[in-house]
Structure formats: structure tokens, C-alpha cells
Design a protein around this ligand. Structure first.
Ligand code: ZN
Length: 599
């Protein structure tokens, strides 16, 4: 039976420790100059070489030629402390997880007072030092504070903050770090070479990722792969399957589908993920990793190979094409979505659903593709609803009964007629005659106002809407400088009925307001509190929504703060329309309704 890789390749000198030069270099320097402290604290993540370095330090200190930064390797001490060596009685390793109590500490203190048996120093390596109890530390305090000449301590721990301050302050603290992927990759490559193992491109990247920056973990993974490999060595497929990484083809297909906005294909890939038993969370991690790679591909057209080490060339070619389909903006946006989705997946009970949601979100903006996109449909339906709601039979309540349940296809869900708390307010405040009112009678009073309006008709969203509604209401808060002149002017009203943003007119926007407020309540609490108390939609001209805000001061707040941006965002989320939102003090824009009641 062969010995585990990480034991066979355990470094015996500081020069062999990889990725910790920031620690090993100063330690070697201290050894060279004879400025060795009597106590050290080695902290850092697991499997990064803390204990190994402690042993090397012991070897350096006790070498016959030492203390030296480069142990001779031939003297009795060096041989005994080499890997596979018998060890020395004077170098004591204590696992504080099992021996961290006060009695163990007392015993240690006792024994430390005797001089070393064979070596220069008696060296205590206390592993998992954070497990030493407080009483244990207190028992050690004295000897760590003023140790006998011949005693050295090395505390190794993943949680240095749990080592009591009085001990910590007596030590020289060396923080170990995770090994950077590139360095680990190179190391694994050389190791495979010396083991005579053939490795397909891409395999070591998996190993590095699986190892998470820990040398020991990476070597364990590699060990396992080698153990299960045949004469052909480490294959990409075998590694992907064993380590549970998403096979590149699956990622390729998914990313390509998303890039092209092909919903059917993208969801088909999700099915595959589930069918093949892949962990959805792992898949999302891999997807994020891939998007990261694509961002790099897009950002560094030349020399990607140098950055994405270990990625096969043909794979890089494919990724270039994929990156092109997204465009740089799309890529970073996609990465954001996946990243957010990944955090939502933590502890999620329905990971598959989460995965599908992520995919749906990724697909949303790419307006391409006729099918799929539940969320997009959702928005479209909402908009249709709003438009369909136009022929409201009850003229007066027109804007009140906003279809609060957007999903409902019916033009006017019965239940929804009841004016919701906030929605009912809007019309009442600015003007009693809600804009939609006139809509009710398609033929009735088309001529009433400016004739320009009809242009609206081309949007399917509001077939009957066009002609009639051009109540002066819209006119009011024309621009940032809301002044009286506007009201009567015929031109402005017409604008308002022009369906620009998503084919929605002012009436539709007002009907949608409760949903927007609702979204804010769920997503932007502060803005919701502000808006639901102080703001009402006043007018909408197709691209700009003006909100009437109760006071001048609050209007200022609205303009300066993020509120208006969040309201815009809400419209984007709820209706999928990109509009500008402005606020005017209610007092400033009275003309809107007060003066020119349309009816
Ligand atoms: Zn030696």
C-alpha cells in the first residue's frame, strides 16, 4: 500500500513549502541571524503547512549544524525529524483537541522544566491551539512568558483569535494563507510528472478548485484520482464525474443557450443537470466560474491562456465565442445574477427551483426567443392587463380599480375593483377626475380635447384607449419647473396619451401604481415608507412620470436621495418599462387637477 501523497511529499525544508514565502522567508532570516523567538503562533486555514512548518522549524533548530535555516539532513536529529523518520523525544507534538485541558498543560509545564534529552532544544508543537482551555492556557502562561533557555513553543491554529491574548502577545505571529491557484497548479503539475502520471488538460484545474487552496486537500484529491485511474492516466471526464464538477459540455451548452436567449435549450440543460444527479448548487457555482472565465476572455483577448491556466485551447476558443454572444455588459450582469442566486441557494429547500429562477433571470433581458421566461411573461401580462383595463365600465373609479393581480388575464378581475389603500389615493389628491375616466366611452367624447391623441392606437395594448383620454390632468407638472402655464395647453395632454414606455399611458401607469408600491414594500422598505405616505402619480408623458409629493422639503429629499431611482427600478421590475421618475411638490403643481377638471 502506498503512502498518501501529502505525506510522501511533505516538505522537509522551508524552501519546499509552497505558497507561504511571506512566512518562510522571515523565519529563515531569523534562523540565519540567530534571532529566534521562544514562542511562535502559526495561524491560517487547514492544510496550508502550519504544522509542517513547525516541524521544519524544529528540524532547523535542532540540526547538529544549526540552528540553521537549511538543515543538513544527515545528522541524527535531521534524519529522525525527516518525513518517515522516527521522531525525537525532544520534539513533542500535542494535539490540543484531545490534550488541551488544564491537567495536560500542567504536565507539559512540569516536563518542560527538564532539559532536552538529546537535542539542543525541547520544542513543543501545540496543534489546534485554539482548543486549549482557558485554564490550560493560564497554566501555560508562566512558562510561555519566561521559558527556560532550552524550550521553544509553536502554537498552530486555524483560529488565532481564540488563543488568549496573554499567550498571543508572547509569540511571534505568522499568518499562513491559502495557496494561490496558479502556484498550486504548477506544483501539482510537477508532482504528477515526478509520479509519472499522465494528466489530461483541465484535470488539475478541477483538483485545484476541489482543494480550495489547501495543499493537503488538493493532494488528497489528486491521490484519489490517481488511485482510481487506469493506464491512460487522469482523464478529464473521470475527474469531472468523480469530483462532481459540471462537465464542460453541459456548461458550454447552458452558457451558449443563455447567450443566445434560447430559453428552451437553457431549461433543457437544467433538466440534464437534475437528471445526471448533479448538485444544482454545484452547477451554479460552476456556472459562475464559467462566467468569470468568459469575462476574462472578453477583457483579455490576447493571452487568455496565461490567465486561465490549465484550460485546454479548444475550450478557450469556445469560450471566446460564448463571450461574444453575451457582450461585456451582459456578462457582468449575468455574473451578478448568478452570484446573487448562489447566495439565495444557501439552505434553499428547492434548489432546482432556485436554479430555474436563476436561468429565467438570466434570460430575461435578452428579449429574443418566443417562449419561456415566466417572469418576462409575467410582466407582459401585467402590461396587457393594464391596457385591457381601460374599458372600465365604471368611469369614476377608473383608476382606482387597478388590477392588482397582474397574473390574472381577465381584463377586470372582479375582486380587484376594490380600491386598494394606497391606489385610491392617487387620483383623489391631484385631481378628482381620473384620466381614465373618459376612456370609458370610446365614442362618446373623442373630440372633447386635442385631437393629437389617437396616435396611441397602434399599440395593441390600448386599442380603445387612444382617442378619448387627454384630460388636462397630464399637463400639469410639465418639467422640472412646474409652473402654472401648462394646464390648459392642448399639446401636452396629447403627449401624455402617447404610449411610449411599453405601450402604457398615464392611466395604465396610475393603475399600476399600487403594484409598484407593493414591490417597493417588499424590496425597498425605506422608499416604500416615503412613497406610500407622501407621493402620488401626477402625470406621465410616455417616458417621464411625475409624482406629486406632499411638501417642498420632501420633494427635495425625493430628488436628492435614491428614492426616485428605486421607484424607477420598481417600474422596471413590475412592468419592465424604463421610465424617468421625477417629483414635484404637490403645491407646485396644482393645476394638474385642481384647475382643469376635464369633465
Ligand atoms: Zn542536521
Amino acid at each position: 500500500m502506498t503512502q498518501a501523497l501529502y505525506r510522501r511529499y511533505r516538505p522537509e525544508t522551508f524552501a519546499d513549502v509552497i505558497g507561504q514565502e511571506h512566512v518562510t522567508a522571515p523565519l529563515q532570516q531569523a534562523l540565519r541571524t540567530g534571532r529566534v523567538n521562544h514562542a511562535y503562533l502559526f495561524s491560517g486555514p487547514r492544510g496550508c503547512g502550519k504544522t509542517t512548518s513547525a516541524r521544519i522549524l524544529a528540524r532547523c533548530l535542532n540540526c547538529d549544524q544549526g540552528p540553521t535555516d537549511n538543515p543538513c539532513g544527515t545528522c541524527e536529529s535531521c534524519v529522525a525529524l525527516a518525513r518517515g523518520g522516527a521522531g525525537m523525544v525532544d520534539v513533542v507534538e500535542i494535539d490540543a483537541a484531545s490534550h488541551g485541558g488544564v491537567d495536560d498543560a500542567r504536565e507539559l509545564r512540569e516536563r518542560a522544566s527538564y532539559g532536552p534529552a538529546q537535542s539542543r532544544y525541547k520544542i513543543y508543537i501545540i496543534d489546534e491551539a485554539h482548543m486549549v482551555t482557558t485554564q490550560g492556557f493560564n497554566a501555560l502562561l508562566k512558562i510561555v512568558e519566561e521559558p527556560p533557555e532550552h524550550v521553544k513553543f509553536v502554537f498552530a491554529t486555524t483560529e488565532p483569535e481564540k488563543v488568549i491574548g496573554t499567550i498571543r502577545s508572547r509569540t511571534h505571529h505568522y499568518p499562513f494563507r491559502l495557496v494561490p491557484p496558479a502556484q498550486l497548479h504548477t506544483y501539482l503539475e510537477s508532482l504528477c510528472q515526478s509520479e509519472g502520471v499522465a494528466v489530461e488538460p483541465g484535470v488539475l484545474s478541477f483538483v485545484v478548485r476541489a482543494g480550495g487552496g489547501s495543499v493537503r486537500d488538493s493532494l488528497s484529491v489528486l491521490d484519489q484520482l490517481i488511485a482510481g485511474s487506469g493506464p491512460e492516466g487522469l482523464t478529464y471526464e473521470g475527474a469531472a464525474a468523480l469530483l462532481g464538477f459540471t462537465d464542460a459540455e453541459l456548461l458550454d451548452a447552458t452558457v451558449t443557450a443563455i447567450g443566445h436567449g434560447d430559453a428552451a435549450e437553457a431549461f433543457a440543460q437544467v433538466d440534464k443537470v437534475i437528471e445526471t444527479g448533479l448538485d444544482p448548487r454545484r452547477f451554479v457555482e460552476d456556472l459562475l466560474e464559467r462566467l468569470r472565465d468568459l469575462i476574462i476572455c472578453a477583457a483579455v483577448p490576447d493571452g487568455v491562456e496565461a490567465v486561465l491556466r490549465g484550460v485546454p485551447t479548444d475550450q478557450i476558443e469556445r469560450m471566446r465565442v460564448q463571450a461574444g454572444a453575451f457582450g461585456p455588459g451582459g456578462l457582468s450582469r449575468a455574473a451578478d445574477i448568478v452570484n446573487a442566486g448562489l447566495s439565495d441557494m444557501t439552505g434553499a429547500t428547492a434548489p432546482r427551483l432556485q436554479l430555474e429562477l436563476i436561468i429565467a433571470r438570466l434570460l430575461l433581458p435578452g428579449a429574443a426567443g418566443p417562449q419561456g421566461y415566466a417572469a418576462r411573461l409575467d410582466r407582459l401580462e401585467r402590461r396587457l392587463d393594464l391596457a385591457a383595463a381601460h374599458p372600465s365600465p365604471t368611469g369614476g373609479g377608473a383608476s382606482g380599480p387597478a388590477p392588482s393581480r397582474p397574473a390574472q388575464p381577465g381584463p377586470m378581475p372582479p375582486g380587484s375593483t376594490a380600491p386598494a389603500p394606497s391606489p385610491s389615493a392617487p387620483q383623489s389628491a391631484p385631481t378628482q377626475p381620473p384620466p381614465t375616466q373618459s376612456v370609458a366611452a370610446p365614442s362618446a367624447t373623442p373630440a372633447a380635447e386635442p385631437s393629437a391623441a389617437p396616435s396611441a392606437a397602434q399599440s395593441p395594448a390600448q386599442p380603445e384607449a387612444g382617442p378619448t383620454h387627454a384630460p388636462p390632468v397630464h399637463a400639469a407638472p410639465a418639467a422640472p419647473t412646474p409652473t402654472p402655464p401648462a394646464p390648459a395647453e392642448p399639446v401636452q395632454p396629447t403627449q401624455s396619451s402617447q404610449p411610449t414606455a411599453g405601450g402604457l399611458d398615464q392611466a395604465a401607469i396610475i393603475r399600476a401604481w399600487p403594484d409598484v408600491v407593493d414591490w417597493l414594500a417588499r424590496n425597498k422598505r425605506v422608499t416604500w415608507a416615503f412613497v406610500s405616505e407622501n407621493a402620488q402619480p401626477l402625470s406621465f408623458d410616455g417616458s417621464r412620470l411625475v409624482l406629486a409629493i406632499t411638501t417642498e422639503g420632501l420633494t427635495e429629499t425625493f430628488r436628492r436621495g435614491a428614492h426616485h431611482a428605486f421607484v424607477q427600478e420598481a417600474f422596471m421590475e413590475v412592468l419592465g418599462i424604463d421610465i424617468r421618475v421625477e417629483g414635484v411638490a404637490a403645491g407646485d403643481a396644482p393645476d394638474a387637477g385642481r384647475s382643469g377638471g376635464p369633465v
